[in-house]
Design a protein around this ligand. Structure first.
Ligand SMILES: [Zn+2]
Ligand SMILES: [Zn+2]
Length: 275
């Protein structure tokens, strides 16, 4: 359940709710190396949010379903081992596609997860994240990609298996930013995000992509704040040294947007963390 918000005595800049592991085949580092990096940076909480996708095109960039129990157990073992030094949590970044939504529901009901994030990396088989994709190479027009992305995002919001909308404006990754009408499209969907009682992620990895802007943009983040949509912070680290990256900058951005706290999760319940 993602309903009641409870107070959590942590300070901002110290919680990272989105890191990967070598299980997804395109990140480096063991789970323990991510935890050690987080301890070294003084983080209070680290949450694994590794990939799970059922889409054929993303199969090689994701753990498979059989690995999920081992992943969850490994995170829980690390939580016990590092207790008192850092809170270790575990969730999944699930790739949304309407075709696989039933399986997503099943997965989140089966495993003991702290948080579930939902992402869109593929649009009808078209990859919007790989640097080898037609979109990244500039071979697709923005008006072929953004309207499709908005439609898939809208349909994702009809499902109930997740707590967080990850990197909401991801198609801008390679520098093709959304036009003003597309920004209005995103803004319209924020109403639905609020109605569904979901959180939005501030993903600092955007500052390390060609677009050089966090996901979502400051403009969209400000609109999230005005709608009082809870916000989660994640580095999207694919290597241990990227854990907690740019969180000071994220804190400034959040304050400018009007946020006074960020959100963590335990057993899929939200925890408010003061900024
Ligand atoms: Zn992602
Ligand atoms: Zn990710």
């Amino acid at each position: 359940m993602r309903n009641a918000d409870i107070e959590h005595p942590t300070i901002l800049g110290t919680i990272d709710y989105h890191v990967h592991t070598s299980l997804c085949n395109h990140a480096t580092g063991t789970m323990e190396e991510y935890v050690q990096a987080a301890v070294g940076k003084g983080l209070a909480t680290l949450c694994f949010l590794d990939h799970l996708t059922f889409q054929e095109a993303g199969r090689h960039n994701s753990m498979n379903l059989m690995e999920v129990p081992m992943y969850v157990d490994a995170a829980r073992r690390l939580a016990r081992k590092y207790e008192g030094r850092i809170d270790v949590r575990v969730g999944l970044e699930i790739d949304f596609s309407p075709r696989h939504a039933d399986r997503c529901m099943e997965v989140v009901d089966t495993f003991d997860l702290d948080v579930v994030g939902s992402s869109i990396h593929f649009l009808g088989g078209e990859d919007v994240v790989s640097r080898r994709s037609a979109w990244a190479r500039g071979e697709l027009a923005a008006d072929q990609v953004y309207p499709k992305y908005l439609a898939v995002l809208e349909s994702m919001l009809d499902y109930d298996y997740f707590d967080v909308v990850c990197h909401m404006d991801l198609p801008k990754k390679y520098g093709q930013r959304p036009s003003q009408p597309v920004i209005e499209g995103f803004t319209g969907l924020l109403e639905k995000v609020r109605e569904r009682n979901l959180a939005v992620e501030l993903n600092t990895n955007g500052w390390h992509c060609p677009v050089n802007e966090a996901f979502p943009s400051p403009e969209l983040l400000g609109r999230c704040a005005r709608l009082e949509i809870p916000v989660v912070v994640g580095s999207d680290a694919h290597a241990p040294d990227a854990v907690g990256r740019d969180f000071d900058r994220a804190a400034d951005l959040l304050r400018q947007a009007g946020y006074r706290n960020v959100t963590g999760f335990s057993s899929r319940r939200r925890e408010m963390v003061p900024l």
